[in-house]
Design a protein around this ligand. Structure first.
Ligand code: SAH
Length: 264
């Protein structure tokens, strides 16, 4: 997937992605119209290309964001009380009555973390994980640029955490912060950096059902190999299905610079 069009507003960027069928779901379009990429990208925010942040990190290209969101969508949307799919959505998978828990590994700019929270609704918990403290803060700073983003952080529904995403993340009890904590695990895990292997721990942390979206090196543990997007689905019974998708190129999921701050 490689697109390069340039636009002068968030609206024209999203309309262009829809026109090119890189966004196909109405709810994804709505969410992306409502989270301005200009709040997150330091330059050329409305161009369909990645942009450098700092520490060799990038905010991914809009069409990659769109694809990740569309892939995870059934696991992001709140389960409606009637168990009917929400309008414009073919299927909504979830466990009745449980709020969504979503993990965004390599949260970088914080853009996707914000979009996930928007789609997942009022009872969801979305956690962004970064292994560089400045980038962890960046996600928070960017999100606070809008009143709506600030409210998501202040309510405890969105948290930016510092850690090694290869280990997944276990969020401590949320109950004292006013947000109901169900049991652990994640309905959706998004990995925004290329993994040298498909980390078992991430699959283990998926709920049943749940979905992992992750770029993975073609050759195990080879930094020079090509990356492909994989999705890993865990069904209600815990059966795991791994699916290889298209070739891609993300920055690597790796050790934090300047030392072994984490194991693994
Ligand atoms: N989704 C982000 C992508 C940022 S690029 C966005 O669009 O803004 C990938 C991010 O993964 C970088 O910010 C990098 O710091 C982070 N990263 C790399 N290795 C990591 C690790 N082991 N644990 C957590 N984050 C990591």
């Amino acid at each position: 997937m490689s697109q390069q069009s340039s636009n002068d507003s968030n609206n024209s960027l999203i309309e262009d992605l829809c026109y090119k069928k890189l966004i196909t779901r109405p709810l994804v379009k709505m969410a992306l119209l409502n989270v301005d990429r200009g709040q997150y990208a330091p330059r050329d925010a409305y161009k369909d290309s990645p942009q450098l942040l700092s520490h060799q990190s990038t905010i991914s290209a809009p069409h990659m964001h769109a694809n990740a969101i569309e892939s995870l969508l059934p696991y992001l949307l709140p389960k409606t009380e009637s168990e009917q799919p929400a309008e414009g959505v073919d299927e909504v998978i979830g466990v009745n009555g449980r709020s969504r828990r979503i993990l965004d590994i390599g949260s970088g700019s914080g853009f996707l973390t914000h979009v996930f929270a928007k789609l997942a609704g009022d009872t969801s918990i979305v956690v962004g994980v970064e292994h560089i403290e400045e980038l962890r803060k960046l996600g928070e700073i960017n999100m606070r640029k809008s009143a709506e983003g600030a409210a998501l952080i202040d309510s405890g529904r969105v948290r930016f955490r510092f850690g090694d995403g290869r280990n997944g993340w276990s969020e401590p009890s949320l109950s004292d912060e006013g947000v109901k904590n169900e049991d652990g695990g994640w309905d959706a895990i998004h990995v925004g950096a290329g993994a040298v292997k498909l980390h078992d721990e991430l699959v283990r942390q998926l709920r049943s059902p749940g979905r992992l979206f992750i770029p993975v090196a073609e050759e195990d543990n080879d930094w020079f190999s090509e990356q492909f997007i994989w999705t890993v689905d865990k069904d209600e019974k815990g059966n795991v299905t791994k699916t290889k998708h298209y070739k891609t190129q993300y920055v690597w999921l790796k050790n934090a610079p300047g030392g072994a701050a984490f194991c693994g």
